[in-house]
Ligand binder design. Structure first.
Ligand code: AMP
Length: 332
């Protein structure tokens, strides 16, 4: 009998927690946490869901083992801990926050070492294999092997950045976000030293999706809201007044412009004026946020006036593309 109680784990502290909660709230899936120290919460929009809070790497392990159905965590800890038996399905790999990269960084004083090739040459001059300190042994090992760099991994907890100065490692493989920590510790990331690019992702237990219809339905709803919101966030709704003989005549002018074609095409409706018909129409188009100045220019160019711009909350497609991809992954 499938468990009707579905579990979603979120990061238990820091930016990753705040940003997960904020994204879900923006998606219309706010979390109700009865008290800030509680490690459980509810999501009123999906009452079957219990929200848990765990460390990002524990989220991966819980989802892999199936004690938790869904999780939001970083791709860095996902790839480090996911194992190779396909127990985890990635439902969304770009939630738009928690961006960082696991990178190889060398002491600034190694002025000739700027990329992997020069690291290789330098490592060959050392009288022992390169000592690399990291909290990501699986990913770092895989990367160094692929690059054919003889090395010893030094497993480290806490602050890695001091390892080369203290002298227990030559270089580090660590998460870099702004790069400030490296700079403060007189370290420099290698140009092509990205071991793993990362941001927050939504993951699920494969078996749970395969065997529990309510987990599958929860996946659909989560993806539906997240995708509709993220698509909407990139866009703005633009409404303009425009004169023309007919909606078709106005549309043909708009089709000559590149930014105001809308999702399918513009919506054009006649405006009923008090005086005799003056050919006024209202034109509604969705435009990409980064294209707004251009879209306004184009609308003016074809006679647009009284332009109103407003944010879009959701854009729902017939079926969220990532849900379709998930169904394909379940079959594969
Ligand atoms: P930054 O100085 O902004 O480059 O941040 C680097 C420091 O923050 C290092 O100590 C990293 O271990 C840590 N860090 C950066 N991004 C993340 C992340 N997404 N998750 C966990 N730790 C991070």
């Amino acid at each position: 009998m499938p468990n009707p109680n579905i579990r979603l784990s979120l990061p238990s502290k820091g930016r990753l927690q705040d940003d997960s909660i904020e994204l879900l709230a923006e998606c219309g899936l706010p979390i109700q946490k009865l008290n800030p120290r509680q490690y459980q919460a509810k999501m009123p929009a999906l009452p079957e869901l219990t929200v848990l809070f765990q460390r990002p790497s524990d989220i991966v392990i819980s989802v892999r083992q199936g004690s938790v159905d869904f999780g939001i965590t970083g791709i860095d800890v996902l790839e480090e801990n996911r194992g190779d038996n396909g127990d985890i399905i990635v439902l969304h790999d770009a939630l738009g926050f928690g961006s960082c990269s696991l990178m190889l960084a060398v002491p600034e004083s190694w002025s000739d070492v700027t990329n992997i090739e020069s690291l290789k040459s330098y490592a060959a001059t050392l009288d022992q294999p390169l000592r690399v300190a990291t909290k990501f042994p699986v990913l770092t090992e895989r990367f160094l092997k692929q690059q054919n760099i003889p090395h010893t991994l030094i497993a480290a907890e806490g602050t890695l950045e001091t390892a080369p100065t203290i002298g227990y490692a030559d270089i580090i493989s660590d998460l870099v976000s702004s790069g400030q920590t490296l700079q403060d510790n007189r370290l420099r990331a290698l140009r092509d030293g990205v071991v793993q690019a990362s941001q927050a992702a939504l993951i699920a237990n494969r078996k749970s999706l395969e065997t529990n219809p309510s987990a599958l339905e929860t996946a659909r709803r989560l993806l539906e809201y997240i995708e509709a919101h993220m698509r909407a966030k990139e866009n703005l709704l633009v409404i303009a007044n425009m004169r023309g003989e007919s909606p078709e005549a106005i549309a043909s002018k708009l089709f000559n412009e590149t930014s105001v074609g809308g999702l399918q095409g513009p919506t054009i409706s006649p405006i009923i004026t008090r005086e005799s018909n003056q050919g006024w129409h209202s034109v509604t188009v969705v435009v990409r946020r980064d294209n707004l100045p251009r879209a306004i220019g184009e609308l003016r160019q074809v006679g647009g006036s009284g332009i109103i711009v407003s944010p879009v909350t959701y854009i729902f497609e017939e079926e969220p593309p990532r849900y379709t991809a998930m169904l394909a992954a379940l079959k594969g």
